[in-house]
Design a protein around this ligand. Structure first.
Ligand SMILES: [Zn+2]
Length: 467
């Protein structure tokens, strides 16, 4: 049996790993988009690095685009098998992949207008909404804890990864030379005390673990700090300076966390009477799906819902679907909060809001999520005085701030706690993926200090024989 790393190798996006069984069956774990700097993305995303027609099945850890976002291209290029996912992940992918296709189409329209002016030929989007629709037909849902047999060599179950709604750890059992090899793919690992969803679960003993390492050298602030810090930035920007507060956020997960924090502040009477816009066509749909699966929420929010049955809605909170209404926010003179996607600021409506407000001293950009190196968000956070957006150079005059308390990813102590359900002596190897190279080396040291051994940090296209 061979494990090959086809993405998220020494980087945080583009999750893709292939297991090739003894009889030559190929199982693809995740099929995510790269979301680093726009230039590299195009090249990495349009070339999968393998033949999709040769893949027998996909097992998807969760709906985030860096794990699921290249599934439409996989199908478009010849994949005919099933995509296994939890029911919530399937529902979320339906809206996430359609939104991703929209973004590709819209950005291409914008880019092609510029290309036409320069006399360059138009380009085609990576995939279209039609491709995303075709991809959805391949989904097959498997609830948590059900052992599912894919073929006579491979079975698996999902356990809750506590990262976002529907997120799963994939626990594979694979027949190889008359024995069973257990491979665990963590997907992304959540925190033990998430604002909304339940904690990551223990998982069965593995021989090999493919483990994420996004925050392999960091400790997060306490999640309880988020409300206090957020309120402070709202008061400074919207009340004192009468400016706009832009909050880039994933439409799924982070948006609901920020809205829920504001909802609680509103209930406590602390939030000033300003308008709050959630400007993402996807957020409203994602929020509806969150409401549908409220039994996946943790005890604290379930308790809050006894006094406020909608933790994602309050007076002055407006969800915007329509593009024209989104554009109208540029003309709005009053102070407001705009929560918009994408969280990494590499695509979507947030880029347009930045384009319009980056030169205004009374406005603030509040980063509440992970920004990969070389991304626009990263350049702004490190204090670049000029940045390029849609090919135009802008002077950065708005305030740039960050809150580190929100995270859907476990920090290194939390990942080590998560792995502690395993008998270390029985673990043959841990492969670190989904992290920056320097972080992975730090994390490897921390794992060794905690008694784990045989830690590998694979490069893109590296492959390992598993026994
Ligand atoms: Zn994720």
């Amino acid at each position: 049996m061979i494990l090959t790393f086809k993405g998220a190798a020494k980087t945080v996006t583009g999750s893709k790993h292939i297991i090739t069984t003894q009889q030559g069956k190929k199982i693809l774990l995740d099929c995510g988009l790269y979301q680093n700097s726009a230039k590299d993305n195009d090249e990495l995303n349009s070339h999968l690095g393998f033949n999709p027609a040769e893949i027998d099945a996909v097992i998807l850890s969760h709906a985030h685009i860096d794990h699921s976002g290249n599934l439409p291209l996989l199908v478009k290029l010849g994949f005919t098998g099933k995509i296994f996912a939890t029911p919530a992940t399937r529902d979320l992918c339906e809206v996430m992949l359609m939104d991703s296709a929209h973004i590709h189409e819209n950005d291409m329209v914008f880019l092609n207008k510029r290309r036409a002016k320069m006399g360059k030929p138009p380009l085609k989007p990576l995939y279209t909404t039609k491709d995303a629709g075709k991809c959805m037909k391949h989904f097959y849902t498997v609830p948590y804890h059900n052992e599912f047999v894919i073929n006579d060599e491979v079975s698996f179950n999902f356990t809750d990864a506590g990262h976002i709604l529907g997120s799963a750890v994939v626990n594979l059992a694979i027949k190889d030379l008359n024995k069973i090899i257990h491979v665990c793919f963590t997907g992304d690992i959540g925190r033990p005390h998430d604002l909304i969803i339940k904690a990551p679960e223990k998982f069965r003993q593995a021989d090999y673990i493919i483990c994420e390492s996004t925050y392999g050298n960091r400790l997060h602030d306490d999640a309880a700090m988020a409300a206090e810090k957020l309120l402070q930035v709202v008061l400074e920007t919207c009340v004192e300076k009468k400016g706009k507060l832009l909050i880039p956020a994933f439409s799924l997960g982070r948006t609901q966390e920020v809205v829920y924090t504001l909802d609680r502040l509103k209930t406590q009477g602390l939030l000033p009477a300003i308008k709050v816009f959630v400007d993402s066509p996807l957020s409203m749909n994602a929020t509806d799906i969150m409401r549908k699966y409220s039994d996946s929420f943790n005890e604290e929010i379930q308790k809050y819902m006894e006094i406020d049955d909608d933790p994602f809605g309050f007076k002055n909170l407006i969800y915007i679907q329509d593009a024209e209404e989104s554009k109208a926010l540029n003309e709005l003179k009053e102070p407001c909060i705009i929560i918009s996607a994408s969280g990494m600021m590499e695509a979507g409506r947030i880029k347009h809001h930045l384009h319009n407000n980056i030169g205004k001293e009374n406005c603030t950009l509040l980063v509440v999520g992970f920004v990969p190196p070389n991304s626009l968000g990263h350049r702004l956070l490190r204090g670049d005085k000029q940045v390029r957006i849609f090919g135009e150079v802008h002077d950065v005059k708005m305030q740039i701030k960050a809150i580190n308390s929100y995270s859907a990813h476990a920090d290194y102590t939390e990942i080590i706690d998560f792995l502690s359900c395993q008998n270390k002596a029985e673990l043959k190897k841990i492969f670190l993926v989904h992290g920056n190279e320097d972080v992975m080396f730090d994390f490897k040291t921390k794992l060794i200090e905690s008694g784990f051994s045989n830690i590998e940090i694979p490069d893109l296209n590296d492959y390992y024989e598993l026994h």
